[in-house]
Design a protein around this ligand. Sequence first.
Ligand SMILES: Cc1cc2nc3c(=O)[nH]c(=O)nc-3n(C[C@H](O)[C@H](O)[C@H](O)COP(=O)(O)OP(=O)(O)OC[C@H]3O[C@@H](n4cnc5c(N)ncnc54)[C@H](O)[C@@H]3O)c2cc1C
Length: 433
Amino acid sequence: METLAGYDRWDMMVSGDCDLLVVGAGAAGIAAAREAMGLGLTVRVLEARGRVGGRALTDPSFPMDLGATWLHAAQANPLVPLAEARGLELFDHDSVRSSRVWMGDRWATAAEMQDYDRAEGEWHAAVTLAAARGGVRSLRDAAPRGGFWDATLTHWEGPVIAAAEAGEIDLDDYLATLLNGTNLLPREGCGHLLSVLAEGLPVTLGAPVQRIAWGGSRVRAEGPFGVMEARAAVVTVSTGVLASGAIRFDPALPAGTAQAVHDLPMGLLSKVGLRASGEDRLDLPSFGGIERRLEPGERAMTFVAWPFGRDHLEGFAGGALAWDLAREGEAALVDQAFQELRGIFGARAGRALRREDAVASSWGTDPWSLGSYAAVRPGRAGARAALSAPLGGGRLMLAGEACHESLAGTLAGAWQSGARAAREAAAAVRRPA
Ligand SMILES: Cc1cc2nc3c(=O)[nH]c(=O)nc-3n(C[C@H](O)[C@H](O)[C@H](O)COP(=O)(O)OP(=O)(O)OC[C@H]3O[C@@H](n4cnc5c(N)ncnc54)[C@H](O)[C@@H]3O)c2cc1C
């Protein structure tokens, strides 16, 4: 059989039958397939794109991850032992982390950086206290205002980390999904890691599922590839894809599940990579972070310079800024990155960095993601549990990063959610009719 990167192409495979159908070959889908196969089920994974990995994608030419970058919460992250078992190097980013903050016309002094650290502790304490007191629904309403660093910290925790504006984030969910522990970087990229973990799985690429019929005793998936039938299905597409209606469920998803999809809109974090033109490294160390101190209402990109001593700089735009730039196209993100860097380094930035081979992510407009990861709407803290509730007695399971109640928005959360959904589905398959 002809294959693309080792996988089947849908045009070579018309229809079939298996125990478990997995929709999507991102972290959750790969984990679901591996778990189900480990339990002895026959599996088929249908993936719309021409590659595996979903929102983890490594551009090998830099190399640089355009999506997931860090293995967060390393101590509890199931991908850490899996990467280690395959001999993939994981680098402790926290051990070399350094950051500089631009104050508008100069870098923050050491004393100002100390003050920033202190303010960060106070900011978190204030947010936690506001949640404990009750009556506040969004992160914005809980976050302190008026302090010298408050707008910068709220911007960091909202758009930069959660990929959404603070006013769009449920306070309880924000606290439940705070990530603790070490942040590791796979040297060869998170996208590469997932492609290694997908090796040998029965994945069909270029197979977008357009309809899932789950009313009868079997689940049936239809698309341009034909028809696949199974005893159960795990659907791992993003809440953005679910909300878009790209997959028609028949019968429609129950009201509680549909409400959960609505309550988990996609945020957006975009990444850009700019390569050095020559030897100038802008006086930044390898892994040097750049932020800007912000006034209320201001927005900005952040940067990490020369990861692993490589010759590129990575920029991040989150929340409303990312959505505005996504609407204008990838070039707008590159423009914005240069504008930010010129504001700090002047004309030197234009000389030190090349425009021609810049790379930029497009998760916001990509029809198979429609965003980066989901944030819970204020007041809807139960949405993740509702989204992952078994349907049809476990014969239809939704899974993915949005379903995880503590590791949401991460590869680890997606992985665990996929594996959990596969176990539920396997139990349903084995239950006597
Ligand atoms: C810029 C960015 C930075 C990030 N940084 C980090 C980080 O540092 N660390 C971290 O842990 N996480 C990070 N994340 C989040 C992480 O990438 C996601 O949480 C995780 O990849 C989601 O996996 P998933 O399996 O839930 O979904 P996905 O990866 O989206 O997988 C779903 C799959 O379904 C496929 N699909 C969609 N529609 C259909 C259809 N109709 N039929 C068939 N297939 C379909 C998609 O193509 C996709 O492959 C980041 C994400 C982004 C975008």
